[in-house]
Design a protein around this ligand. Structure first.
Ligand code: URA
Length: 227
C-alpha cells in the first residue's frame, strides 16, 4: 500500500533536508514528482515518485538490511564509544526519522550478522523472548571442548548472577576448540557467559544466522537489503 505524505515531511523524514529547506529546493527546481517539477511543500506525494537533482531517493520506503559487523565496531549511536556500525551505512540514514537502529546488539569484539531497520515494531518482534528467534554463532574457545558441554547447553546453562537458567541451547562441536551454538534468547553477553559458566573462555565469536537470515558470503563491513 502506498502511503502518501506531505512533500516537506517526506524529504525531511528521509534525511534529505529540513522541512523549511524544501521550499528553497522547490524554488530552485531541484525536486520532481513523477517527472514534473514540485510546486508546493504541502502537496501529498508517494516518496517512491520523487527525484532530487534528477536522482531517485535513497530507500524511500522502509529499511531492513543485514550487515556483517567487523571486529571493534559498536552497535551504539554514541560517537564517544568508538567506531559505530552506523558509520558503515549511507551518511544520510543518520538523519532519518524514524531512526535506523540495530535489532539487538553484538559486542564490540563479536563479528557477523546484525539486522538494522527503521521499523521499531520489527525490532520488538525479533527481539521478543516470546518469539524464540534462533541465533547461530560460531565460537572459538580457549580449552578443548568435550562432549559434556553438549548436554550442559541442552539442559540450560546456569549463568552467574542470574536467577533462572538459560533456555536449552544446541551446541555442535566442529573441532577441538570450535563450536556452533544455536540459541533463541538474547541475554547480555550470553554466549561468552555460557562458556564461562562451563569453565571455558570464548576467544572469538561470530554470528552467522539470525532467524531466517544467513550471512552467506557477505564480506565484513558490507551490507545488503532484505526488503
Ligand atoms: N553473546 C555474546 O556473548 N556476545 C554477543 O555479541 C552476542 C551473543
Amino acid at each position: 500500500m502506498t502511503v502518501l505524505k506531505r512533500l516537506d515531511q517526506a524529504l525531511s523524514n528521509l534525511g534529505y533536508c529540513s522541512r523549511r529547506e524544501v521550499r528553497y529546493w522547490i524554488r530552485d527546481k531541484r525536486i520532481r514528482i513523477n517527472g514534473e517539477l514540485a510546486k508546493n511543500a504541502s502537496q501529498k506525494v508517494d516518496p517512491n515518485s520523487l527525484m532530487v537533482d534528477h536522482q531517485p531517493l535513497d530507500h524511500p520506503g522502509d529499511i531492513l538490511i543485514m550487515l556483517n559487523k567487523p571486529l571493534d565496531y559498536v552497535c551504539s549511536h554514541d560517537i564517544n564509544e568508538g567506531q559505530r556500525i552506523y558509520d558503515l551505512l549511507p551518511p544520510i540514514w543518520q538523519a532519518r526519522n524514524p531512526q535506523v537502529v540495530s535489532v539487538g546488539r553484538l559486542d564490540k569484539d563479536t563479528t557477523g550478522l546484525i539486522l538494522i531497520t527503521d521499523q521499531s515494531a520489527l525490532v520488538q518482534q525479533l527481539t521478543s523472548p516470546k518469539q524464540h528467534v534462533d541465533k547461530v554463532y560460531i565460537v572459538k574457545v580457549e580449552k578443548a571442548l568435550d562432549d559434556n558441554i553438549i548436554e550442559q547447553f541442552a539442559a540450560g546453562v546456569q549463568l552467574i548472577s542470574e536467577t533462572e537458567p538459560c533456555l536449552p541451547a544446541k551446541l555442535e562441536i566442529i573441532d577441538t576448540q570450535t563450536a556452533k551454538v544455536t540459541l533463541n534468547e538474547g541475554k547480555y553477553h550470553q554466549v561468552r557467559r555460557m562458556f564461562a559458566a562451563c569453565g571455558n573462555h570464548v576467544v572469538s565469536l561470530h554470528r552467522e544466522q539470525f532467524g531466517q537470515y544467513s550471512l552467506g558470503d557477505l564480506a565484513p563491513g558490507e551490507w545488503r537489503d532484505l526488503i
